[in-house]
Design a protein around this ligand. Structure first.
Ligand SMILES: Cc1cc2nc3c(=O)[nH]c(=O)nc-3n(C[C@H](O)[C@H](O)[C@H](O)COP(=O)(O)OP(=O)(O)OC[C@H]3O[C@@H](n4cnc5c(N)ncnc54)[C@H](O)[C@@H]3O)c2cc1C
Length: 407
């Protein structure tokens, strides 16, 4: 490239104009006036306050606290929460559309953003009014950091085999064990911790607790060095006989599995929206780079390749919005439906990033274009919130059950 290249994210107006190209009428038709308003508001904030900071934060591995704060101040962090807890009472569709916007500007910011929601949601779902009033508003206004702690060194996909224990004592429980790969785990103020009250019972022993990150016996680890999502943190969290009062249980003792299952519906919408947002980021950054290189005379073979990707991004967005709408109508949606969305949309983010890297040739390898960042950031969306292999397993099980019902 001859002239100096200015990244798309450096110019908020150019950024918004480029992303408007991908506002497909077929997908817009699925959004209500309010949902379109939320998306527009999210894009504006992202263009001015999130995207411009994203490349530097990635390069220096700086936790995107400022970007998350900007989203909280813009009233975007509590989209699916009631107004009396600091939310805006919006739909899952509005949330999905906003998540796509945030991810397109900075995927790592979107990871912290969604984790705030994932920590607050189980409290809304299964906590007392007092717990909700104490813990949810600070998570939604960004004054507290939240983590959802499920994964352990020996319990990843197989959540039911978790080893962290909660032993009944007078007035509460004592939690001991360790969690790993926990987003925002290095600084979490509020931890939703899943532990077993009776390991002989498998899933029926799993119980959800709200744990204060500053409680005696909690140790937060140092952030891991990761391939992508550099502006977020991922760390171990250790629990050494941590006392948690009875009123900090979410649901009944042994009722944690249903909290996990209800929570993953939300978290898989988040991951799917990240997939579509990353695909869009890769596409928009590629188009911007090609415009810089060729002006309006982009070679046909590249235009054709981009046309294919544009169709695929639209398909992904339609699937994301359709499943989010279904969740709005009935949160007890079949896991296979959620799996189809999560797996397809996160594969889309990865595959579009790979193809955009190819389209750009050697420039695809250049950090300043931001497309290699989409590649690095998209990989993990296929892994967390239930790996895509596990999603295929769930989809396959539903297919098999339907086949059995036929015979
Ligand atoms: C950046 C990042 C952030 C994360 N944030 C959080 C967080 O905030 N909270 C949290 O609790 N966890 C978090 N995780 C953990 C994540 O959810 C787990 O990594 C994921 O569930 C997979 O578990 P595992 O890594 O132990 O892999 P494993 O379960 O050991 O799987 C290894 C491989 O085997 C495959 N596999 C496993 N079981 C099956 C099966 N039954 N059928 C077919 N294939 C299978 C998997 O798909 C994978 O390819 C995060 C991880 C990362 C990398």
């Amino acid at each position: 490239m001859s002239e100096q290249f200015i990244p798309l994210e450096a110019d908020p107006e150019a950024y918004q104009a480029m992303h408007r190209i991908l506002d497909e009428p077929a997908a817009d038709a699925m959004l209500s006036r309010r949902e379109l308003e939320v998306r527009g508001h999210a894009r504006e904030i992202v263009a001015h306050k999130v995207a411009p900071a994203s490349a530097k934060a990635d390069a220096i591995h700086e936790f995107a606290a400022g970007s998350v704060q900007a989203l909280a101040e813009a009233n975007l962090m509590g989209l699916v929460f009631p107004k009396d807890l600091g939310g805006t009472g919006d739909s899952n569709v509005a949330y999905a559309a906003a998540m796509e916007e945030i991810t397109a500007g900075c995927a790592a910011t979107s990871l912290i953003f969604m984790t705030q929601m994932h920590a607050a949601y189980p409290i809304l779902l299964a906590g007392s009014k007092e717990l909700a009033e104490k813990h949810i508003p600070p998570l939604l206004n960004g004054s507290n950091w939240g983590s959802l702690a499920i994964t352990e060194p020996d319990a990843g996909s197989d959540v039911a085999s978790l080893r962290t224990t909660a032993t009944k004592v007078e007035g509460g429980y004592r939690i001991s064990g360790s969690k790993t790969f926990i987003t925002t785990g290095d600084r979490c103020d509020t931890i939703i911790c899943f532990a077993s009250v009776d390991r002989t019972k498998g899933r029926q022993g799993i119980t959800a607790f709200v744990v204060d990150g500053n409680a005696q016996g909690v140790t937060r680890g140092q952030p891991f060095h990761k391939m992508g999502m550099h502006a977020s943190s991922t760390a171990e969290v250790f629990f050494d006989s941590v006392f948690v009062p009875d009123d900090h249980l979410l649901g009944e003792p042994g009722g944690g599995w249903s909290v996990v299952m209800s929570s993953v519906v939300k978290s898989r919408i988040s991951a799917a929206a990240q997939g579509v947002g990353l695909a869009r980021a890769a596409y928009a950054r590629t188009l911007h780079a090609l415009k810089h290189r060729y002006g309006t005379r982009i070679p046909d073979e590249l235009t054709f390749a981009l046309a294919t990707l544009r169709g695929r991004i639209l398909q992904g967005r339609l699937l994301l919005l359709a499943v989010a709408r279904q969740v709005d109508e009935d949160p007890k949606i079949a896991p296979g439906q959620i799996g189809i969305m999560k797996q397809s949309c996160t594969d889309l983010g990865w595959e579009v990033s790979v193809e955009c890297t190819r389209i750009l040739g050697a420039f695809g390898d250049f950090k300043e274009l931001g497309v290699e960042r989409c590649l690095r950031d998209s990989k993990v969306t296929q892994i967390y919130d239930g790996t895509n292999e596990v999603q295929r397993l769930l989809i396959g099980r539903e297919t098999n059950r339907a086949m059995e019902a036929m015979s």
